[in-house]
Design a protein around this ligand. Structure first.
Ligand SMILES: C[S@@+](CC[C@H](N)C(=O)[O-])C[C@H]1O[C@@H](n2cnc3c(N)ncnc32)[C@H](O)[C@@H]1O
Length: 137
């Protein structure tokens, strides 16, 4: 487990809350989020995939790599993506503070409802910045 402790638990109730939150806010959060075909997107702290499925649906030609530190959440995310028939997502266990990707690997980074739960969000942003290509967003 990361030394950067995550303050929420990993419970069924929390999973349901994440899905409800993402569904309720989908228009506000994703109305202008669409990535070009062929681009690579890192989603950091994907949880159970509540945002992932919208990202993947809205950008069917992009390659989305969704990471989370919790394997149980990733299992739920994989099931959710499979149930939606989405194929442009790779789920992988990774710690935001120790990402297993070379510098400047991704065209885009998406992070939502994660930084505010971390003890050192500035350091997290710096780690995410390192894997983002120059000029990426
Ligand atoms: C509140 S949830 C949000 C999940 C998702 N982004 C959403 O909007 O539904 C925060 C997620 O960040 C993950 N997380 C916390 N610390 C992390 C770290 N150091 N590296 C990767 N993921 C982490 C947790 O496991 C959890 O799934």
């Amino acid at each position: 487990m990361s030394k950067h402790k995550y303050v929420h638990g990993f419970t069924e109730r929390e999973n349901r809350r994440l899905l409800d939150q993402a569904t309720t806010l989908v228009e506000i959060l994703h109305s202008d989020t669409s990535y070009p075909a062929g681009s690579s997107v890192l989603e950091a702290g994907c949880g159970i995939g509540a945002q992932t499925i919208t990202l993947a649906r809205n950008s069917p030609g992009a390659r989305i790599v969704s990471v989370d530190i919790a394997e149980t959440s990733l299992d739920a995310a994989r099931k959710l993506a499979a149930s939606e028939g989405l194929q442009n997502i790779t789920f992988q266990r990774a710690d935001i503070f120790d990402l297993p990707f070379p510098r400047e690997s991704f065209d885009h980074v998406f992070v939502c409802f994660v930084l505010e739960h971390l003890r050192n969000p500035i350091e997290a942003l710096s780690c995410l910045r390192a894997v983002l290509k120059q000029g990426g967003a």
